[in-house]
Design a protein around this ligand. Structure first.
Ligand code: SF4
Ligand code: FES
Length: 161
């Protein structure tokens, strides 16, 4: 896992690979700057600082953040939202602090994707382990799988109705 800074005279883009959940949003939003075919993959010279900042703010995980050298930072979101993604992490936006059961601060930021499956090796953040364990958030699907495993013929389901 790596942390990198990419800078111009106007902006520094901070990259924390441990937080990236590979949505591709940055690549699709501003491909001249965020492009996996170039080295380094972030070219901060390729667009205006405003465009880069706007794209960084779309990063749901907080893997990308920035510092503006004129002092204009990212504004905290007006509201705090927590959105479960299908079979995946919670997308959180807001002026958020995550604390452990002792009340100690473990993470803070405006954007983060929090593990919902319990299997991340980078708690409290999602590290895509939910894919390895086939995490599903649909209790009906889980119930179906359990019924099928117990009764592959489906006889008990037919007779239950
Ligand atoms: S937008 Fe953020 S989470 Fe998505 S690929 Fe880019 S850096 Fe990773
Ligand atoms: S939700 Fe992604 S690792 Fe747990």
């Amino acid at each position: 896992m790596a942390k990198r800074d990419y800078r111009t005279d106007e902006i520094i883009v901070h990259w924390d690979s441990s937080r990236c959940i590979h949505t591709g949003i940055c690549l699709q939003s501003l491909n001249s700057v965020f492009n996996l075919r170039q080295k380094p993959w972030v070219d901060v010279q390729a667009a205006r600082a405003d465009e880069i900042a706007a794209t960084v703010e779309k990063c749901p995980s907080g893997a990308l953040t920035y510092t503006r050298l004129d002092g204009a930072g990212e504004a905290p979101p007006q509201t705090t939202t927590v959105v479960p993604t299908r079979d995946g992490p919670l997308y959180v936006r807001g002026d958020v602090e995550v604390r452990n059961s002792d009340g100690e601060l473990v993470a803070a930021g405006y954007r983060m994707t929090l593990c919902r499956c319990g299997h991340s090796q980078n708690q409290p953040f999602c590290d895509l382990s939910h894919r390895d364990v086939d995490f599903t958030d649909n209790p009906l699907v889980i119930a179906d799988h359990r019924r099928e495993a117990a009764d592959p013929s489906g006889v008990s389901r037919k007779s239950a109705g």
